[in-house]
Structure formats: structure tokens, C-alpha cells
Design a protein around this ligand. Structure first.
Ligand code: FRU
Length: 482
């Protein structure tokens, strides 16, 4: 057994002097668990990311999100707004959408209406969102003629009235096959598809989900994506449709999680054609929910963001002036695993890989650790601090699993659901496994470097972890950046 220990503090000087800084992180600290390179609300409560779109004129990534401007727990939902030029640094803007007599503002999406189908103007930014009230949930729209900074609600709202309790989270895209706008909508434990020529009048197309996937809770935040898969031998790229569906509760480790289905879409209905008996998860940790992708991302990129929390304990996390942060942005595509099944490939967005070598204002502000672990001998990777708090990760080559144990990671006292051990199968056997860890003040995101799995877990250590140890498996820690 070989043991490697690296004390991050001593590596720091080495790395900072050896690397040319690529970016300077502006520290927005106000409390110890404020994330440094993850988006979090300036203050108060946040849940799902909403209405994300990229504006090519200003080269800004727009992010709206579920927000309660009156407190640090869930409440009357608004859409708050932030923009970024690099997905790492965010500027907070005034609230974009406020509740009205139709209801509070729940999750939804944004499209750029290039051909003025809705009549609000060419290239109008149109938001489609749920309004929730005591008697039900309805879909409404609003438009912006100033690049997404301010919105006017459509006078004819709601555009799709619901008469059931859970009828929400419209994600709209222009669909070439249908020649119309298609809306995916979560309705109790199924997904419904609606179509429209003008974003104002919507027709029911089909439903999906009965008897498929996980049904331990309500289905939320769906999105239909067209993803590419490249054949390893021929290098030929083909496309498949993937339906993302968040579920709460009913996730693999309790509480909320995002499942997905791989199949075909014909402009009217979605069919799960790939291993329909298996439930597939986008992330094998406890803290990645309501993943959506950016509309109009440059160069055809499929860039996603998830809310880095879990409804089991999101409202009692030990932060004071704000609650919640989002994951780092991740690029999605498809691969085929060793059994021939399609799976979503999840890779950290290049903007985050570029943080390696970033100049931090404080030690332990940015930590990205890359490891190469043996494919024939198991390894245990431990992150720890001087208080003895630790997170243990185990790559088990015999069981073919990677797991993360946060039961001794720091403060777990705020919820009995928090102390957890999460596991992912290693879907593709490799000669060596390269693992990338993104560590921020209260989170660890672990990725297989080839994108075969991702695992996101929150942690609340009483001081930052400053040591990485690897036991077994001929490990090489070949990059540590702080
Ligand atoms: C998911 C969700 C959505 C809903 C929003 C309300 O986290 O429950 O279904 O639109 O949060 O804040």
C-alpha cells in the first residue's frame, strides 16, 4: 500500500508562484460558508435556477432564480436575476418578476423570440413561468425588450390554466420537428408536452412517465434535450433525446435528485427507448437538483446548472444571511457504457477548468484537485482539516463503485438526513481513473474526468480542509490548485 499525503498549505505557495494567474477572484465573503466560485444569492433564500439564456450581443450569461426576498427560507417566490461574462463571477440585478393577483412566480424558462411569433417584437426575450396560488398552478408569460433586465407581464395571463395542484415548471424550446414551440411541464408524476405557434395559446400534445423511472415523489423541472453521442470506433456522432426530470422526494440517497430518460422525440411525443427499466440519475450525490440548461448557449454548447441543495434540509443549512448556492456549470452530452446503455456525460464547463491557477485572495478559496487512481487496486482519498473533520472517498475497483462519506465532514447536526454516504457505479471500466474534485467552502463536486459520473455533496467543516491523503492504488495527485 502506498500512501500519499499532501498538505494543501505547503502546496499553495508552490502552485501560486509556478502558475501565471489566469483570473482574479473577487471575494464576496460575509460568512464562512459563502461559496467563492459558485453562484449564490447576495442575500436571502434561493432555490431552482430559472430562465437561463445567453445573450450574444452583450456576451452575458443570464441567470434568474427562485428567490424569497423577505427571508432565508422558502416563501413568496420571485425571480431574482444575475449575469456573468464567464459563469464564475456574477453581478446581482434587481428582481425580474414579482408575484401578482394570479400568483407567486415559480420556476420556468426563457426563449429569444427571433421571429416575433408572440408579437412583442423581434428578438424579444420571453419568459414562461408558473404562477402558483391556492386554487392551482398556471403558466404565464412576460417579455423584455431590454435584453432581459426588465419584464412586462402579458395582459392575457395566464396562458395555460391548470386545475391540479402540481402543474408547473414550463421549459420551452423551438422544436424543428414540430415547427412550433414545445413546452415540457411537470404534472404530478408525469411530464406533459404542449405546443404553440405564438407562446400565447397552447395545445396538449402528449404525456410521458407512467410506469417509468422513479416515482417516490412529485416530478418537477423537466427539460427535453437533444444530446450528441460519438461512437468510440467510427467517431460518428449521432443524436438522441434526453428528458431530464427532477423528483422530490424519491432520490437515490433520500430527498431530491434529477433522473433522466434517453429515447426518441417525434415532434409530439417522447418515448424512452434506451433501458427503460432502469432509473438513471444525473448526479450520484445528494445535492444537485432542478438542473436546467442555458437557452442559446454559444457554439452549440449544452451548459447546465443545478441547485446545489436538497429539499430535505435546504431551509436549515448553517448559513446566516443567505441560503443555497448553485453547482458549477457543467456541459452535457451522451456516451455508451460498458453494457451499451446511453448515459449522460457530465463535464465541468471549461470556464471552471480555467480556474486552475486562479489567484485567490485567501488560502483555501479555490481548490481543484486532480487525481489518477489505479484501475486494478482500490484507493481511499481523504480530505481533512486540523480539527479531524474529514470526507472519505473510496474508489472500489472490485465492486466498481466510487463513494463519498460525509458522516464526519463537519457540522451535520442541523438535520438527521444530512450525514450521508453516496455511491455511483463506475459505468465504464478504465485502466486508470482520473477524478477531479472541485472543493469550495461548503461543497465537494467529484467528476470522473471522462464525464462518466458526477457526485455533488455539501459539507460544513468548522475550518477548511487543508489536507488530501490517498491510500492504495498507486495514486498520483497531479494537480492541486488553491
Ligand atoms: C422545485 C420546485 C419547483 C417549483 C419551485 C418553487 O424545487 O418545487 O417545482 O416551481 O421549486 O419554488
Amino acid at each position: 500500500m502506498k500512501q500519499i499525503t499532501i498538505t494543501l498549505l505547503s502546496m499553495t505557495l508552490l502552485v501560486l508562484t509556478a502558475c501565471q494567474p489566469k483570473a482574479t477572484l473577487v471575494h464576496q465573503t460575509d460568512e464562512p460558508f459563502r461559496s467563492v466560485y459558485h453562484h449564490s444569492p447576495a442575500q436571502f433564500w434561493m432555490n431552482d435556477p430559472n430562465g437561463m439564456f445567453y445573450d450574444e450581443a452583450s456576451q452575458l450569461w443570464h441567470l434568474y432564480y427562485q428567490h424569497n426576498p423577505f427571508g432565508t427560507t422558502w416563501g413568496p417566490m420571485h425571480w431574482a436575476h444575475a449575469t456573468s461574462s464567464d459563469l464564475v463571477h456574477w453581478e446581482q440585478h434587481p428582481i425580474a418578476l414579482e408575484p401578482d393577483s394570479i400568483g407567486t412566480i415559480f420556476s420556468g424558462s426563457i426563449v429569444i423570440d427571433r421571429h416575433n411569433t408572440a408579437g412583442f417584437g423581434e428578438n424579444a426575450i420571453v419568459a414562461i413561468f408558473t404562477q402558483s396560488e391556492v386554487c392551482g398552478q398556471h403558466q404565464s408569460i412576460a417579455y423584455s425588450l431590454d435584453g432581459g433586465m426588465t419584464f412586462t407581464k402579458y395582459a392575457g395571463n395566464p396562458v395555460l390554466k391548470g386545475n391540479i395542484a402540481d402543474f408547473r415548471d414550463p421549459k420551452v424550446t423551438w422544436d424543428e420537428l414540430a415547427g412550433k414551440w414545445i413546452m415540457t411541464l411537470a404534472c404530478q408524476q408525469e411530464i406533459r408536452f404542449y405546443s404553440s405557434a405564438d407562446l400565447k395559446s397552447w395545445d396538449y400534445e402528449s404525456s410521458f412517465g407512467t410506469g417509468l423511472g422513479a416515482h417516490g415523489g412529485v416530478w418537477e423541472c423537466p427539460e427535453l434535450l437533444k444530446l450528441q453521442v460519438t461512437d468510440a470506433q467510427s467517431q460518428m456522432a449521432t443524436e438522441k433525446y434526453v428528458l431530464l426530470v427532477s423528483i422530490n422526494p424519491g432520490g437515490p440517497f433520500g430527498g431530491s435528485a434529477t433522473q433522466y430518460f434517453v429515447g426518441e422525440w417525434n415532434g409530439h411525443c417522447f418515448t424512452c427507448t434506451d433501458t427503460p427499466d432502469e432509473t438513471k440519475w444525473l448526479d450520484y450525490g445528494k445535492d444537485n437538483y432542478s438542473t436546467f440548461t442555458w437557452h442559446n448557449a454559444p457554439e452549440g454548447r449544452i451548459v447546465s446548472l443545478g441547485w446545489m441543495s436538497n429539499w430535505q434540509y435546504a431551509e436549515v443549512l448553517p448559513t446566516v444571511t443567505f441560503r443555497s448556492q448553485n453547482t458549477i456549470a457543467r456541459e452535457l452530452s451522451l456516451y455508451t457504457d460498458d453494457a451499451g446503455a446511453y448515459r449522460v456525460r457530465v463535464i465541468p464547463s471549461p470556464e471552471f477548468m480555467a480556474l486552475k491557477g486562479a489567484k485567490a485572495h485567501r488560502l483555501a478559496d479555490v481548490a481543484i484537485v486532480e487525481l489518477t487512481l489505479s484501475g486494478t487496486e482500490s484507493s481511499v482519498v481523504t480530505l481533512s482539516n486540523d480539527k479531524g473533520e474529514k470526507v472519505m472517498m473510496n474508489l472500489d475497483v472490485h465492486r466498481r463503485t466510487f463513494s463519498m462519506d460525509r458522516t464526519a465532514s463537519g457540522d451535520c447536526s442541523f438535520s438527521t438526513e444530512f450525514a450521508a454516504h453516496t455511491t455511483t457505479p463506475l459505468f465504464v471500466k478504465q485502466d486508470t481513473y482520473r477524478v477531479i474534485l472541485f472543493i469550495d467552502h461548503c461543497s465537494i463536486e467529484a467528476f470522473d474526468a471522462n464525464g462518466y459520473w458526477a457526485m455533488t455533496n455539501l459539507v460544513f467543516p468548522s475550518e477548511p480542509y487543508n489536507k488530501v491523503e490517498v491510500e492504495g492504488g498507486n495514486a498520483t495527485i497531479y494537480d492541486v490548485n488553491i
